[in-house]
Design a protein around this ligand. Structure first.
Ligand code: GAL
Length: 353
């Protein structure tokens, strides 16, 4: 039998387009043992999304054996262009995909994908970039896999509050009783950036700490953009910055890059508290080195596994694995987890399993 599973790995693999080969005729037993999934990511250079897709590929390899089927994956990069992503949906349809997993470029513009899915009767699992509920309700074969952004902001705030309880006088460098902070935000209009930015501040203030925003800037989840914004913050506010809150790890790392460029290291008394979200490999490494106080694990492995289990249950018309709950028949949301030096080892072990 023709080898029909496409193996891809990491960023480099996402750059290449692989094709689904057609094995088995529709309706034959062989066809039933074959699951073809098309995946389109909004941007192949996004660290978190890349880690998630690579987990998906690993699970697919494992599950092929467990389920006794062959799984074919086709991964495409939409390169931040919604029109290209809509065209990729056409390609998936032509290639005979059973299920399509879409990481929307523009979460407010899902109609093109939804119309194509409906008219060709191909279920879609949207992931990571949450579309509005009204869109998801436009057809019963539309699903979403992700996480509750509010929880990540709240956990980020909690990490800071717990640290303040122990070390407020160290964090509050100018001793005015107020936490002066800068915020690095993800893309404008992205659910995760809007909700995280709001929830982190709510958590800190509701738990009794005063904050003063020195500045906030959009850095689109991107390390280099964040590094530039941090340069502007440092030039404007210097050592007034006590806390850097970033909507994701890559932007926190961008801030760290700039602090280092300014000749600082973690032993420097002006090194601010830095917080991220995602728990990417590089993010966890920064927590390990003490450069970041903490991050919040965005469970990319759980989300990848949930997405694959859902695809399998849809295609095979079997109940979804009990490990996952399908809220309102549409949503799988995996919980976030706080990560600091204290539980880092535990989290790293979990991620290796
Ligand atoms: C967020 C994640 C970011 C970025 C973004 C892309 O959930 O925290 O790092 O990957 O999704 O949509």
């Amino acid at each position: 039998m023709k080898k029909n599973y496409v193996v891809l790995g990491g960023l480099a693999a996402l750059a290449g387009i692989t094709t689904i080969c057609s094995c088995g005729q529709p309706g034959t037993e062989e066809e039933e043992k074959n699951l073809k999934i098309g995946i389109s990511v909004y941007d192949q250079y996004d660290t978190f999304v890349t880690e998630m897709v690579s987990s998906f590929q690993n699970y697919a390899k494992e599950k092929e054996k467990d389920w006794g089927i062959s799984i074919e994956l086709e991964v495409k990069n939409a390169n931040n262009n919604q029109i290209s992503q809509n065209d990729q949906m056409d390609d998936f349809i032509q290639d005979g995909a059973d299920i399509v997993c879409i990481n929307l470029v523009d979460r407010t513009d899902a109609s093109g994908i939804i119309e194509k899915a409906k008219s060709n009767d191909i279920p879609v699992i949207f992931f990571n970039r949450e579309l509005v509920k009204e869109d998801l309700e436009r057809w019963d074969k539309l699903y979403y896999v992700g996480a509750d952004a509010f929880q990540s902001g709240k956990m980020q705030g909690d990490i800071l509050v717990e640290e303040c309880k122990k070390n407020f006088s160290v964090i509050d460098k100018n001793k005015d009783g107020i936490l002066q902070y800068v915020m690095l935000e993800g893309e404008p209009g992205h659910n995760d950036s809007m909700v995280r930015s709001m929830a982190v501040i709510n958590e800190i203030t509701e738990r009794g700490y005063l904050v003063e925003k020195l500045s906030d800037e959009i850095a689109n989840w991107n390390r280099d953009q964040a590094a530039n914004k941090m340069k502007q913050f440092l030039e404007a506010y210097g050592d007034k910055i006590e806390v850097v809150m970033a909507n994701n790890d890559d932007m926190a790392l961008g801030a760290i890059d700039t602090l280092k460029d300014f000749g600082m290291d973690i032993t420097d008394e002006n090194w601010p508290v830095i917080l991220g979200v995602d728990g990417t490999a590089v993010g966890l490494h920064a927590v390990e080195k003490g450069e970041m106080l903490g991050t919040v694990l965005n469970d990319f492995k759980g989300q990848a596994c949930g997405m694959l289990e859902l695809a399998y249950s849809i295609k095979m018309e079997k109940p979804l694995s009990e490990e996952f709950e399908l809220e309102d028949g549409k949503y799988i949301r995996l919980p976030y987890k706080s990560v600091t030096k204290k539980n880092l080892g535990e989290i790293q072990m979990e991620l290796m399993e």
